[in-house]
Design a protein around this ligand. Structure first.
Ligand code: DER
Length: 219
């Protein structure tokens, strides 16, 4: 199974969902990079993009695609992004690329969230992939202690500072049977900025590929 080819096929399958003359919400990661490259082939049909990271902004600009500030955009038809894990309810774990906060913000604005991924991301139960949690630096140890109380095993992602100047804890040993509940519990911990559970607002559509075909899942 050629994972890169699978990512590329999934990304290209998102193109038909791009509406003419609209601003497209763009996520972050290697699968999204294939989407940005595909978007460039129809860049004259779109108004531009809103990005979820400096990295995606840079790639969009290299293709000559205008990048807008989210504060100037009242309506986003679609948001296209990858995932680290996605379950049967299209709930996701995201944040492997440390962009989870801006990803979750742009996803919140979008009318429709489209997940593009290779089939290795599909799971029955979320939690094999360590759950990223973005934390205000001074709160890191306190949040880690609170996460232990929730049954997680938090590890500081050394040397990583997010686009927002925060740090990340990756939480191991979770078996997440109730993603919406855990997402809410994590959000209640003082010092947590964002957690990587995209469950309260899951994807509306998932385009998943094994490298030869693309499977479309809808909520
Ligand atoms: O960090 C993120 O949320 C990315 O979207 C990640 O989940 C997917 O990255 P990949 O496409 O490089 O696997």
């Amino acid at each position: 199974f050629d994972q890169d080819r699978a990512k590329k096929l999934a990304a290209e399958a998102a193109l038909p969902y791009v509406e003419a003359d609209t601003i497209v919400g763009v996520g972050t990661g290697s699968t999204v990079n294939y989407f940005i490259d595909a978007l460039a082939t129809i860049k004259h049909q779109i108004a531009g993009a809103v990005s979820s990271s400096e990295a995606s902004t840079e790639r969009l600009k290299q293709h000559g695609i205008p990048v807008y500030d989210l504060n100037g955009v009242a309506d986003l038809a679609i948001y296209v992004d990858g995932a680290d894990e996605i379950n049967g309810q299209l709930e996701m774990i995201k944040g492997g690329g440390a962009a989870l906060t801006r990803e979750k913000i742009v996803a919140a604005v979008a009318n429709k969230v489209i997940c593009i991924a290779d089939v290795s991301k599909q799971v029955d139960v979320l939690g094999q992939f360590p759950l990223p949690v973005e934390v205000i630096p001074m709160a890191r140890s306190y949040v880690a202690r609170e996460i232990v109380k929730l049954g997680g095993d938090p590890a500081y992602r050394e040397g990583v500072v997010t686009d927002n100047g925060n740090v990340i804890l990756d939480v191991y040993s979770l078996h997440i049977e109730k993603p919406v509940e855990l997402e809410s519990k994590l959000n209640q911990i003082t010092g947590v900025v964002t957690n990587g559970l995209f469950a309260a607002r899951p994807a509306d559509i998932a385009l998943l590929s094994d490298g030869s075909q693309v499977f479309t899942l809808e909520r």
